[in-house]
Design a binder for this molecule. Structure first.
Ligand code: ATP
Ligand code: MG
Length: 563
């Protein structure tokens, strides 16, 4: 199947919007919004929602607002709010002047609540939270009416105004919608609309001792912004009758259409905000931007291009049915994006020193090489050979196994861009470890030539020991080794011990220290991104963004074929 083809089902939201446009259902432009709560950092799941809302708006020449859903000051902060805006921008989307906050509407929400009371559609309940919970009933049993349900309008208005004036303690009263305690939908059993909370708000300070609940805030905010399509995840499907009830009952400017879609779930990944916070607070990871996290900050630091995330969202499509996406799909999008956007370089992660015994001391020979094999726009650079070089330890075998075409005693191999070398002598240290190889190079084999036609199968990468710069390299891998860590009893027990392997002895070409172009394909090794922080000793640090091939797919395939 062409991964870029989208089946009709994948486009059901587009189809709805396109039908509405054709039917001229709205006198205004198509308007969507991305409504995060500023209580954490955005992750890959949010990326899907951002992409969906903004791309629908773009496609139909509409607009998408960024709205911070800030009605719970206990858990929210400006730090999160700023990070959210930065992440949405990084992902490549623009809300122009339309950064809104639910708190912008506190005064209007209050007036709408009064309108509900006046219309006999809301009442102040003075029972405890526990009593209210007990009366809610269950899926099989109807709820019980509150003894305060029939309070008269004047009393309700008076109590609500005094709640707003800060006269009561938290929990003394709440404002509830007056709908139907026998509704089969529990969300319709007189849901809470306002609660008393004496916490200062990051934007409105001490102005409000009461805060509106999500279900009341969200639909009214949508209506006030003239949203046409309010896209949300499936868990809100059961809230839609309440969304519609509030908007039908009030004299709001318009009635947006709520449409639900399945959340993005990735295997081997946790996207619960609460668990991500635990990972950060318990120092299981280094912070919100730990490059192993599925946060946008983490993925950005790891080197995932924003374009790869957009491409990923596009490919997986939008459905009504909850599925789990293989993390390999995301990694493939990253690989594809980087294949065309990352220049190539040579680095040696686990170095083995070679002395080219017939190469003059103090001589440097440079080769002009392409920075990208398929794109000359990346230009060229000089790669310099000296008498001492490093190669990858793996590229040498004392006793080569079958099909090993790289270096071994007496054998030849070609240095990438350079000459053919032959291993003449193996030097071991006092404990018998191989410490160095003595090789000779064949000066007639430059520029890919082997004048006598002899076969040299292997080509290996290398770095000049004199000119190369020391690197610290983190080989990053999935944070969890359980396909569904979120469902495990304790996800902490399924951390992948190899999610970050640090190699401190690596070397790379000198240009890797330059500040621009932080993304490279290290030839034969994978894609690597310069870390935003250098090592304590000033060394340049690289994180492996993604391997060249999907090693997990192979593991999964061999595990299932051996089963
Ligand atoms: P919570 O509400 O528990 O704090 P949340 O992940 O829903 O967590 P929000 O800030 O409310 O966080 O999310 C903002 C928007 O992103 C919502 O519209 C939500 O539906 C959407 N969203 C969150 N997680 C996903 C996901 N995994 N896939 C798609 N959309 C998501
Ligand atoms: Mg939410």
């Amino acid at each position: 199947m062409d991964p870029k083809s989208t089946e009709p089902a994948a486009n059901f939201i587009r189809q709805i919007v396109s039908g509405d446009v054709a039917a001229q259902k709205y006198a205004r432009q198509i308007t969507t919004r991305f409504p995060p709560e500023p209580n954490g950092y955005l992750h890959i799941g949010h990326a899907k929602s951002i992409w969906l809302n903004f791309s629908i708006a773009n496609e139909f020449e509409g607009i998408c607002n960024l709205r911070l859903d800030d009605t719970n000051p206990d858990k929210e902060s400006d730090e999160y709010a700023h990070a959210i805006a930065e992440d949405v921008r990084w992902l490549g989307f623009d809300w122009e002047q339309r950064l809104f906050h639910a708190s912008d509407y506190f005064a209007q929400l209050y007036e709408f609540a009064c309108e509900l009371i006046v219309g006999g559609n809301a009442y102040v309940d003075s029972q405890s939270a526990e009593q209210i919970r007990e009366q809610r009933g269950s899926l099989t049993e109807a709820g019980v009416n509150s003894p305060f349900r029939d309070r008269d309008v004047a009393t309700n208005l008076d109590l609500f105004k005094r709640m707003r004036a800060g006269e009561f303690d938290e929990g003394a009263h709440i404002l509830r919608a007056r709908i139907d305690m026998a509704s089969p939908n529990i969300n319709m059993r007189d849901p809470a609309l306002y609660r008393i909370r004496k916490t200062a708000h990051q934007r409105t300070g001490d102005e409000w001792p009461i805060y509106p609940m999500y279900d009341f805030t969200h639909c009214v905010s949508d209506a006030l912004e003239g949203v046409t399509h309010s896209l949300c995840t499936l868990e809100f499907e059961d809230h839609r009758p309440l969304y519609d009830w509030v908007l039908d009952t009030l004299t709001v400017p318009c009635h947006p259409q709520q449409i639900e879609f399945a959340r993005l779930e990735l295997n081997y990944t946790i996207t619960s905000k609460r668990k991500l916070l635990e990972l950060v607070e318990e120092h299981i990871v280094d912070g919100w931007d730990d490059p192993r996290l599925p946060t946008l900050k983490g993925m950005r630091r790891r080197g995932y291009p924003a374009a790869a995330l957009r491409d990923f969202c596009d490919r997986i499509g939008v459905t009504k049915k909850q599925t789990v996406i293989d993390t390999g799909v995301l990694e493939n999008c990253v690989r594809e994006a980087l294949d065309s956007s990352a220049p190539r370089a040579m680095a040696v992660l686990r170095p083995l020193k070679i002395v080219l015994t017939n190469f003059p001391v103090d001589q440097t020979e440079s080769f002009e090489v392409q920075n990208h094999p398929k794109d000359t726009a990346f230009g060229t650079r000089k790669v310099s050979l000296t008498r001492e070089i490093y190669i990858e330890r793996d590229d040498f075998m004392l006793e080569p196994v079958k099909k090993f075409h790289r270096l071994a005693p007496g054998r030849e191999v070609r240095l990438r861009y350079g000459y053919v070398i032959r291993c003449d002598e193996v030097i071991t240290d006092s404990v018998g470890e191989i410490s160095e190889l003595r090789c000779s190079y064949d000066p007639l084999t430059g520029g890919g030539q082997t004048p006598d036609g002899r076969k040299v199968k292997g080509i290996i990468h290398w770095v000049s020991a004199d000119l190369g710069i020391p690197l610290r390299v983190h080989l990053l891998d999935r944070l969890f080794n359980h396909p569904d860590p979120g469902s495990a009893e304790d996800y902490r027990k399924h951390l992948n011990p190899d999610s970050r392997v640090t190699l401190d002895g690596a070397f790379g070409e000198p240009m890797l220290a330059a500040s621009d172009g932080a993304m490279f394909q290290f030839e034969r090794l994978g894609y690597f991104c310069r870390d935003t922080v250098a090592a304590a000793d000033g060394r340049t640090v690289f994180n492996r963004t993604v391997t060249l091939r999907d090693a997990w797919a192979k593991l999964t395939a061999s595990a299932s074929s051996s089963a």
